[in-house]
Design a protein around this ligand. Structure first.
Ligand SMILES: [Zn+2]
Ligand SMILES: [Zn+2]
Length: 277
């Protein structure tokens, strides 16, 4: 009886709630079939099916290591072949088009609620990535404290909180600390970015990190300099393994391989600048 009453209350609430519209095209969305909220509703009540199809999803085949799309049956992408990437991870979509707009809206315009559906989706992507892990901890890539005060939130924290509901693992938002307010990385080559990021992170409680497995979460994977440095700090403190999952991944190869003049990468860094990376 109590269940039935709850059900009716939920249904009524939905019936009289203001109609939701697609965040991207503003067309009205069809309410979920089930009267109680489920996690997938985060996505279905944010974007219409047409706009979901416009997202440049990363689908197989992708690089076994960094998760960038690859041609044919290549196991590793050219960047991983060159040794420029060492960390294993996956991304939801190519950092372009709709995904670029959504991530800019979160980090630059401060549309925090968008982190819920995006975090849900990277949680689903991460489930596959960490299938061979037993227990692990989610670690959002931190912002420098000055940047955090300036913006009022860290988009990686929001994404991690949402992904954690899918992964059902704890989030340690304070285990890593960003010690260095790094200079904007646009115009820097891969090697310069690594120097720029060197020593940027520190582990606050090394005793908690030893032998643990950690899933780093961030909004964008550009050259991997930030993610690698965050992982290196955890590994120095004795972590057993670190992997990452991000919403967007930059795929322009020219700039990655230290060749000048790649538009995509510059745009990527424009965003990174905006998001304080
Ligand atoms: Zn739409
Ligand atoms: Zn790769």
């Amino acid at each position: 009886m109590r269940f039935l009453r709850t059900l009716i209350a939920e249904a009524e609430q939905m019936l009289f709630a203001p109609a939701k519209t697609c965040y991207l095209c503003e067309r009205p969305l069809r309410p979920p079939v089930l009267p109680w909220p489920s996690l997938i509703d985060e996505v279905l009540m944010s974007f219409c099916p047409t706009c979901l199809r416009r997202i440049p999803w990363v689908v197989p085949p992708f690089c076994e290591r960094c998760g960038r799309p690859v041609a044919g049956d290549e196991a590793l992408c050219p960047i991983c072949h060159s040794g420029a990437e060492t960390l294993k991870g996956r991304s939801l979509a190519v950092y372009d088009g709709v995904i670029k707009r959504l991530l800019d809206d979160v980090s630059v315009k401060g549309v925090r609620e968008l982190a819920d559906p995006l975090g849900y989706l990277i949680g689903v992507v991460a489930e596959e990535l960490v299938r061979d892990w037993g227990s692990f901890v989610i670690v959002p890539v931190p912002l420098h404290s000055e940047r955090l005060v300036e913006r009022g939130f860290n988009q990686a924290d929001l994404l991690a909180a949402s992904a954690a509901r899918v992964l059902r693992r704890p989030v340690w938002g304070d285990v890593l600390e960003r010690k260095k307010a790094t200079s904007p990385q646009n115009r820097l080559s891969v090697s310069e970015r690594r120097i720029n990021m060197a020593g940027a992170f520190a582990v606050t409680r090394p005793d908690r990190v030893a032998n643990g497995r950690f899933l780093l979460i961030d909004d964008v994977h550009t050259t991997g300099a930030t993610l690698s440095e965050a992982a290196a700090a955890l590994m120095r403190a004795g972590a057993a393994e670190v992997r990452f999952v991000t919403v967007g991944v930059a795929v322009a190869l020219k700039d990655m391989l230290d060749l000048p003049g790649s538009g995509q990468e510059e745009n990527g860094e424009k965003h990174r600048k905006g998001s304080g990376k």
